[in-house]
Design a protein around this ligand. Structure first.
Ligand code: AHG
Ligand code: MN
Ligand code: MN
Length: 333
């Protein structure tokens, strides 16, 4: 089998569709290289002294794990000097990170969740990295948070890495979704799945059911119907999976179909959900739509939401199109 590397894929994509300018290609390669470094640290575990808490909290009041902090540093360092970026933003940093003046600046802006699934780090369950790429607004001089507040439909690239039994990188630049597997011995990303499509037919759903008593009626109705199985209105049995790492749940859905939900609920009525719009929901929604699926906040398409602030949260329903449309229609009834 002829092996196609990430570099070769990006160069060919540029030649064929003119969709990946050199600066964007550099950006993607640098992010992929950073993910390789994170993957290496993750795989060392206790031997690399990377497990456990960092003893600090992020802006969302969550305890930071050592790997949250380390992955954030790896991504910042890797992306600072290349000249492809104007600024970065991360789950782990309260404010945006402009490129220091000692480096040239580029026209892209990078957002990331450096380590997704933090609660799984110490128990050796799949975790990952999520990223989203925007273009700096025309004429931007000194980047501010406001420049980042663009709807997800403006993303020019998005992707995630999963550090699991294999390390994979799933990428879109708006022309379908492709999956690369890390060849650890060679140190290279190899294209292993072209043009991924979310299977339309599904019998699987993902939701943290421990919150069931807090769910609002549309979610409760949808899940009740799934759980009623072949004797209920859906006429078939559904199985449930919840990994508690969005990357791993989304990766399963891209490969096998299904629906992922993290709804808003009555615990904190003012909170629109748990997941963050700009570096979790938007990149995943872009990937899922590019693979033929759908992503909403229960009412509207996630990619259409105009963000109001960098760390804004959002309810998420994504995956197989007909399922997402159904639960969305229950919200809109
Ligand atoms: P992070 O580790 O970046 O904070 O994200 C964790 C997210 C997401 O990956 C996962 O689906 C969800 O939180 C799990 O939440 P529960 O612990 O409520 O199940
Ligand atoms: Mn996350
Ligand atoms: Mn995270």
């Amino acid at each position: 089998m002829k092996r196609v590397s990430l570099t070769q894929y990006l160069v060919e994509e540029q030649r064929l569709h003119n969709s990946i300018p050199a600066e964007l290609r550099l950006l993607i390669e640098v992010v992929a290289r950073a993910c390789k470094t994170i993957s290496h640290a993750v795989s060392k575990g206790a031997l690399g002294e990377v497990l456990g808490s960092a003893g600090s909290e992020n802006v969302q009041g969550e305890v930071q794990k050592k790997l949250d902090v380390l992955s954030n540093e790896i991504l910042l360092e890797a992306n600072e000097w290349g000249g492809h970026l104007a600024a970065m933003a991360s789950e782990e940093m309260e404010t945006i990170h402009p490129i220091p003046n000692r480096y040239p600046k580029g026209e892209y802006m990078l957002l990331f969740d450096p380590l997704d699934g933090s609660s799984n780090i110490d128990v050796n369950v799949s975790i990952g990295t999520i990223f989203s790429v925007l273009k700096a607004p025309e004429g931007m001089k000194e980047p501010t948070e406001k420049d980042f507040l663009q709807p997800g439909s403006k993303q020019v690239a998005a992707g995630y890495a999963v550090y699991g039994p294999q390390t994979v990188l799933v990428l879109t630049t708006g022309d379908g979704v492709n999956c690369f597997t890390l060849d650890r011995e060679m140190g290279s990303w190899v294209l292993t799945e072209r043009d991924m499509k979310v299977p339309e037919e599904t019998k699987e759903y993902a939701i943290n059911a421990s919150n069931a008593r807090h769910w609002y009626p549309p979610v409760k109705r949808y899940i009740d119907e799934l759980q009623a199985g072949d004797t209920g209105p859906r006429g078939k049995n559904f199985n449930m999976r919840w990994i508690a790492s969005m990357v791993a749940d989304v990766h399963r859905i891209l490969n096998r179909g299904g629906i992922f939900m993290y709804p808003a609920d009555a615990r904190e009525p003012d909170k629109p959900g748990k997941l963050r719009l700009m570096y979790e929901a938007n990149p995943m929604a872009f990937l899922i739509e590019q693979a033929g699926g759908a992503a909403t906040n229960g009412k509207q398409r996630i990619l259409d939401i105009q963000p109001g602030k960098l760390h804004e949260r959002v309810a998420v329903f994504l995956g197989s199109k007909s399922e997402v449309e159904r639960v969305t229609s229950y919200h809109n009834e």
